[in-house]
Design a protein around this ligand. Sequence first.
Ligand SMILES: Nc1ncnc2c1ncn2[C@@H]1O[C@H](COP(=O)(O)OP(=O)(O)OP(=O)(O)O)[C@@H](O)[C@H]1O
Ligand SMILES: [Mg+2]
Length: 357
Amino acid sequence: MTDSSTARDLSSMPYEPPPRWRPPVALPTPRPQDAEAEAPTQVVDYKPVDFEPLDHDAVDSPAAENPPALIEKLGPTGRVLPHFPAPPLLTSHGPARVIALCNQKGGVGKTTAAINLGAAIAEHGRRVLLVDFDPQGSLSVGLGVAPHELDLSVYNLLLQRDVTLAEVVRPTRVPGMDLVPANIDLSAAEMQLVNEVAREQVLQSVLRPAMNTYDVILIDCQPSLGLLTINALTAAHGVIVPMECEFFALRGLAMLTETIDKVQQRLNPDLRIEGILATMYDARTIHTREVLTRVVERFGDAVFHTVINRTIRFPETTVAGEPITTYDTGSAGAAAFRQLAAEVLARGALVGAGAAQ
Ligand SMILES: Nc1ncnc2c1ncn2[C@@H]1O[C@H](COP(=O)(O)OP(=O)(O)OP(=O)(O)O)[C@@H](O)[C@H]1O
Ligand SMILES: [Mg+2]
């Protein structure tokens, strides 16, 4: 039974908050108006205190046991994500660093990486030449060129001495990025090159006139380790190996590194692996994460910190015939390729002779 006099008594009592809700710093007692006139100096030292709101989710999660700063810097490869500085401005162009995008496994993202890495590097004021070295012509299609309508392609450049690089190169819609296109004709080159003198060095020799015009030349290889790919590896300073994060990728990498070693020993001693690029990464699947962990265990720092997530945006860009950096410039995919460009440039490979000091 409630007594109305008891209710009145309780409401007249001063409110005392429970101890756990007390602010951590003692606040000054409210000043009675009359006391202010008598002792004005008593309140001068008071400063308002900002209270950190408590993140209750963080308290319950295991992450709260670790320093948050460290967790934020860990990248998807499980290593601390370094800062990639903005590359220096160039005051002149060349000599070019030639990079082959190579993996004998099909559909791993070689062409996607060539187009988008090229476009992201071009955004840094580098002159980029993309060489389509796959008879499928996917790189050309991905940049809005119809391969069957080509008068001249990389095939003519390789096998006709009277065709010059300048005749075959065409600009793309990306400022600073040009293309040597390819089409199905190139499939015949594999057989025809067999009879050439120094058959492994033909691409290297036809690209020589471009070396002082461009800062970076990216060669998009076909999914095989045949003579065309050997030509690309002989012409290249470095290899980027795009790799889909799934089990068979590991076996394929062993075969590819063996081929790279052979080319290094017999044809191109300066060839090095620029980096292994994890593509079509989906952090939600345990399998993807496990494969990436195994690749990092095996290849260490050769694995790029940047990984490319699986997203429908990439197939869409192929249909649109342009890189993701212009098709959806604010997307996560565009940001990933910009970070990859910065990482590739930060590895010191692509600074070029024209870098401003
Ligand atoms: N990160 C990604 N997320 C989703 N789809 C992707 C991604 N990267 C590439 N793709 C798609 O996967 C397919 C294969 O990609 P791509 O052509 O780049 O591979 P490739 O290694 O060059 O293939 P090939 O060996 O046939 O030359 C394409 O349809 C492409 O749009
Ligand atoms: Mg391809």
